[in-house]
Design a binder for this molecule. Sequence first.
Ligand code: C5P
Length: 228
Amino acid sequence: MAAVLHCMKTLIIAIDGPSGAGKGTVARAIASELGYRHVDSGAMYRAVGWQALRNGVPLEDEGAVARMAAGLRIEVLANAVSIDGLDVTREIRTPAIDRAAATVARWPQVRAVLVERQRRMGQGGAIVMEGRDIGTVVFPDADVKVYLDAAPEERARRRAHDPAHSGPTEVALVKSALTARDEGDRTRTASPLYVARDATLVDTTGKSVAEVVAEVLGVISGKLRTEK
Ligand code: C5P
């Protein structure tokens, strides 16, 4: 199947879903399978939240946060995130930054700055971008849209054991923070999280990474076959 996919034109693949649904792991694996770039758009919101806290910019001040974001050089590489050359890969994955990222992500002016950059990254195709609004707002014409979801308990368990994230490992605590953040992401006015009309919903509950990756590769090749 991978051989079929490699022959195809360079695609834009959008992967959306709530925290802990497996987006990062799956998007990375799909990108590596296809030889595409993987971009974690959530890391960009985290970088803005981290820098705002560091600079003492009030998270509630939309204009100030957006102006600050516009002046930042945020680099999101496969395994590292940096702001103006400073490596913040670990610093942006803490409970405080979970909250700060979700707060700055509510602001349309902040989103406009980041969405414009995300669209530029996608200009040549050959990209797997994950986030909350990739298939709905960033790339409404993406070649393939997948929405990953899983039961809240399972998402909390994965997040609690994710070595990239620091913070409590008690699943009940992680679950309440995670469901509160998801609720905020789903109900905000600007680019809320929802399943795009033309996205394929993949429930990852109880499935291994390999199973989900195979399912998503199946969605991609199925989509390409129907387009031919
Ligand atoms: O994906 P991650 O949990 O790292 O994202 C952090 C926060 O950034 C999310 O809770 C969400 O509020 C915001 N976000 C967003 N749009 C995206 C990606 C992330 O609003 N495309």
